[in-house]
Every structure is written in structure tokens, then in C-alpha cells.
Write a protein that binds this ligand. Structure first.
Ligand SMILES: NC(=O)c1ccc[n+]([C@@H]2O[C@H](COP(=O)([O-])OP(=O)(O)OC[C@H]3O[C@@H](n4cnc5c(N)ncnc54)[C@H](O)[C@@H]3O)[C@@H](O)[C@H]2O)c1
Length: 336
């Protein structure tokens, strides 16, 4: 089978490439623009495999992405390439529009044109986020597959736009599709602009650990390897259109998560004062969503998805990974 992955040098995409190389004999074409968020080192040597190819392509260039799809004729496309950091989208949304909306459109247009020459079982797995549904209050029920779209940030609006394009190309041109809306991921090789590696880096470097607002914002944390398993199972869908909301049912506030990280670091790398003393509450993110939570019962019921990590153990394993890769964490923090 031929698998095309966009964004396969990013945090989640690289975990998917590692899993596919380690557990299948599929041919893989990884397409990535090598932005600041890319990490070729995260493939950990899998790039040497003969059945792995890489093309540096920006998906906002229609001709290049069209040619790549038309030539490779994939059985599956996992579309992960995106600008993914909400804070950056607030400061400079342009690239989010170009990559997340125009880039996704270019893939869809290419599929529309190439459709008849692609393998019969072709399927597009469009990897999206729970942020497209907006925010929840503490009393609200978690998001599910029928939640209305109410994006609040330029990032989530750009992802919501791409979801809508995907849905329309599916309906109009019958391109077989799964849209996945997943909660916050954590694990190895996450860019240190994101909360967990940022807290670890700041703590260990005696810097301020910045927490937005009062730290009450809640996320449902899913380990990246569990997300990858869900994506692979989703890609077996037989339906013309499917959507899955994916989470781990492990809600935790940013402040509580920071406490967990600091108290584990206190044990692993003790110093005079707890790392938690470095926390400072900083001006809240504009339009900061209060709470995300996911009802995963549909994907659990229909394809047997079951997260294998609980947050308590997963976070310890993740902290240990960053402790063992401190040089990478420092370099990536300085160069992002
Ligand atoms: N990280 C999360 O918690 C999370 C949760 C739910 C959904 N998602 C979605 O999963 C996908 C992957 O997220 P991630 O955290 O791995 O992101 P990431 O920022 O770590 O990686 C994105 C990758 O895409 C590449 N890329 C960016 N613009 C590109 C372009 N124009 N053309 C080609 N490649 C480009 C980057 O170089 C990078 O390698 C995204 O679509 C994101 O919206 C992420």
C-alpha cells in the first residue's frame, strides 16, 4: 500500500511515520514544507528505509502537490500539514490561511482531478482538531460528532474552514474521507512552544513558567501514540464519509498539569525550592477557550478505539523523554 503523509516531520505526523515504518511494509511518501515546526530528527533513522521517500513541498503550491499526488497514486492520504500554534495565529494569521485553508483546498482539487487514476480504495484522512467546536463551559457536555462549528481563534477558524472544504469535496466529488477532530496531544518530540515542553524547559532553565490567566483552562490530554492508533484505525473506514471526535477522557486544567509536571521534576531533579515557585500568571491569550472535552464513545464503539495511556503515567514517561533529550529541547526552543 502507498501512504502519503503531509506534515510528516511535525509532532504528530512524525509519530505516524515512525509507527507505519515500524509496524507495516507500506511505501511512504512524506510531504513537508520544512517550516520552523519540522523536525527531521524525529524520524529517528526511519528515513533511511528504502520504502520511505521525502519531498519538500509547500502544500500551498498547487502544481507541486498535484504532481506529487498524481505521480505517487496513494491508497491513503493522511493530511496533517498545518500551522498549528494558536498564539502564532493571533499575531500573524496569514500563513494559517495559506497552509490550512488554501493548502487543504489544493489537496482536494488535486484529488478531484486525479480521482479516476487513484486506487479504488483511496481514502483521505483529514486530521483536524476539537478547537473547531469553540469552547465549553464547565457544566457543558463534551463535544461529539454532532457539535456545531464555533471556532474562536484564527487557527481554529482556519481548521474549521478546511473541514468544511473537505466535507463539500466529499459530498460533491465523492472523495472518500474521514475527518478526525482530536483533543490536545502530548508526548515526545512536541515543539517547545506548546504547554508541556515549555513548562519542562522553563522549569529546568530557572526561567519563569508562564501560565495564561488563572490557569483554569481545561484540555482533554491524549497521548500522541494513541492519536496515531486512532488515525490508523479510522483509515480503515468503509464509508464514503465518516467523522470521529477523539479524546482520552482525561480533562486537566493548565494549572493542575503544571503542578503535576513540577512535582515530578521535584522528585527527578530536586533543588532547594519547588519548580512550581517559578510559575507566574501572565496576561491571558486573546479569545482563550475555557474548556475542551471530547466524547469519544462513537469511535470507541464503532472501531474499538481505546486510549492506552492514562495521563498520570503518560506524563511521567513524556517528562522522562524530555529529560533524556535536553539538548534537543534547548536547541528547538532557541530556534523556534
Ligand atoms: N498537536 C495537537 O495537540 C493537535 C490536536 C488535534 C489536531 N491537531 C492537528 O494535527 C495536525 C498536526 O499537528 P502537529 O501538532 O503535529 O503540528 P506541528 O506544527 O508539530 O507540525 C506541522 C508540520 O506541518 C508542516 N507544514 C506546515 N506548513 C506546511 C505547508 N504549507 N506545506 C507542507 N507542510 C507544512 C511543518 O513543517 C510541520 O512539520 C495539524 O493539522 C493539527 O491541526 C493537532
Amino acid at each position: 500500500m502507498r501512504i502519503l503523509i503531509t506534515g510528516g516531520l511535525g509532532f504528530i505526523g512524525s509519530a505516524l511515520v515512525r509507527k507505519l515504518i515500524d509496524t507495516t511494509d507500506h511505501s511512504i511518501l512524506n510531504i513537508d514544507a520544512c517550516t520552523y515546526a519540522s523536525m527531521p530528527e524525529s524520524l529517528e533513522g526511519r528515513e533511511k528505509e528504502n520504502r520511505y521517500q521525502f519531498k519538500k513541498i509547500n502544500i500551498s503550491n498547487y502544481n507541486e502537490i498535484f504532481e506529487a499526488i498524481n505521480e505517487f497514486k496513494p491508497n491513503k492520504i493522511f493530511h496533517l500539514a498545518a500551522e498549528s500554534h494558536v498564539d502564532r495565529s493571533i499575531v500573524n494569521p496569514n500563513e494559517f490561511i495559506d497552509t490550512n485553508i488554501v493548502g487543504s483546498f489544493n489537496i482536494l482539487q488535486s484529488l478531484k482531478i486525479c480521482k479516476d487514476s487513484l486506487p479504488e480504495d483511496f481514502i483521505l484522512i483529514h486530521v483536524s482538531t476539537d478547537e473547531v467546536f469553540g469552547t465549553l463551559d464547565f457544566k457543558d457536555k463534551p463535544f461529539n460528532e454532532t457539535s456545531p462549528y464555533q471556532p474562536n481563534s484564527p487557527y481554529s477558524a482556519s481548521k474549521a474552514s478546511s473541514d468544511l472544504l473537505v466535507r463539500a469535496w466529499n459530498e460533491t466529488y465523492k472523495i472518500k474521507t474521514v475527518i478526525t477532530n482530536c483533543s490536545n496531544n502530548y508526548g515526545p518530540w512536541q515543539n517547545p512552544e506548546k504547554l508541556i515542553p515549555k513548562v519542562i524547559y522553563s522549569a529546568l532553565n530557572n526561567e519563569v513558567i508562564p501560565i495564561y490567566g488563572d490557569g483554569a483552562n481545561v484540555r482533554d490530554w491524549l497521548h500522541v501514540d494513541d492519536h496515531v492508533s486512532a488515525l490508523l484505525s479510522s483509515s480503515e473506514s468503509e464509508k464514503l464519509f465518516e467523522r470521529y471526535t477523539i479524546g482520552a477522557n482525561q480533562e486537566c486544567s493548565n494549572l493542575d498539569l503544571t503542578k503535576i509536571i513540577c512535582s515530578y521534576l521535584d522528585k527527578k531533579k530536586p533543588k532547594e525550592n519547588s519548580y512550581f515557585n517559578q510559575v507566574e500568571f501572565v496576561t491571558d491569550r486573546l479569545g482563550h477557550d475555557l474548556r475542551y472535552a471530547i466524547d469519544s464513545s462513537y469511535i470507541c464503539r464503532s472501531i474499538g478505539f481505546q486510549p492506552t495511556y492514562n495521563l498520570k503515567d503518560g506524563i511521567k514517561e513524556t517528562i522522562n523523554w524530555y529529560l533524556n533529550n535536553l539538548d534537543w529541547l534547548k536547541n528547538k526552543t532557541k530556534n523556534s
